[in-house]
Design a protein around this ligand. Structure first.
Ligand code: SAM
Length: 255
């Protein structure tokens, strides 16, 4: 699976929300912004700006973009997608930056993968300056996933089982705001990302989804069962009856 392509797909789901939240967080006047768990740079590349952007309005602010991840392979790919970003290989549970380094610290599809998300949030808070902004841009709650028609409900259950086996907290999104409160971060805004209309889905996105799914549920169900579900999924899409909804939460906080 091409992970960068998958991450770009996830980033496309949150593009409008990110544009809104980064405007609220005054990204254009920001000196230092960090993405924790930046992966291949699908989100980080949008945060990096060229040193002198002739179309920039108002006094130009030199922005330094930082990315951090545990995965060396992802980071080397990130280097090509966000070439101006300053990258570090480190653990979100022990950020290698002094206190109050960043104006904005953010993450995107990260906390569900972290065994101690509260410690990660506390670390993100520590490295963010007073009155700086902390953005958890997208954390799903797969435990509340809806699959229609009901013949496809098993698909969600299999995928959730696979995510659990890979170490994910499948319900992280539903307690994201509580984690902010526990970490002592003031919440400015929290909510659920608006789902895109199913009609807007492109068929190659469905193919990607199935590639992820096949990898996920292998070892949990038989190939035969997977093929059957894939067929049911395709038929339901053709009839316009397919619904797949995973509530995905964001929280925007101030330190
Ligand atoms: C689903 S990917 C998301 C990547 C990127 N944020 C995006 O949305 O495109 C999650 C990333 O978090 C990283 N990650 C997981 N646990 C981590 C940890 N404890 N410290 C730093 N990075 C971590 C993984 O290596 C992976 O690149």
């Amino acid at each position: 699976l091409n992970w960068h392509r998958r991450y770009l797909q996830q980033a496309s789901w949150t593009r409008d929300l990110r544009a809104y939240l980064f405007e609220q967080a005054h990204l254009s006047a920001t000196h230092r912004v960090l993405e924790v768990g930046c992966g291949t740079g699908a989100v980080l590349r949008d945060l990096a700006v060229p040193d002198s952007d002739p179309s920039a309005q108002g006094p130009s602010v030199r922005r330094f973009t930082f990315g951090l991840d545990l995965d060396t392979g992802a980071l080397s790919e990130c280097r090509t997608h966000a070439p101006t970003a300053l990258l570090a290989r480190a653990d979100a549970l022990a950020l290698p930056y002094p206190d109050q380094t960043f104006d904005i610290t953010c993450c995107h599809y990260l906390l569900l993968w972290i065994r101690d998300p509260l410690t990660a949030l506390r670390e993100m808070k520590r490295v963010t300056r007073n009155h700086g902004q902390l953005l958890a841009l997208a954390e799903p709650d797969y435990s509340a996933r809806i699959d229609r028609p009901p013949t496809l409900a098993a698909l969600g259950e299999f995928q959730n089982e696979s995510l659990r086996r890979q170490g994910a907290d499948v319900a992280l999104g539903s307690h994201l705001a509580d984690l902010f409160v526990q970490a002592g971060i003031n919440i400015v805004e929290t909510g659920v990302i608006q789902p895109r209309a199913q009609a807007a889905r492109r068929s190659e996105e469905d193919d990607d989804e199935w590639e992820v799914l096949r990898g996920d549920v292998e070892g949990i169900v038989s190939r035969q069962e997977i093929r059957k579900l894939e067929r049911l999924d395709a038929q339901a899409r053709q009839r316009g009856e397919r619904l797949l909804y995973v509530p995905t939460y964001f929280t925007f906080g101030q330190v």
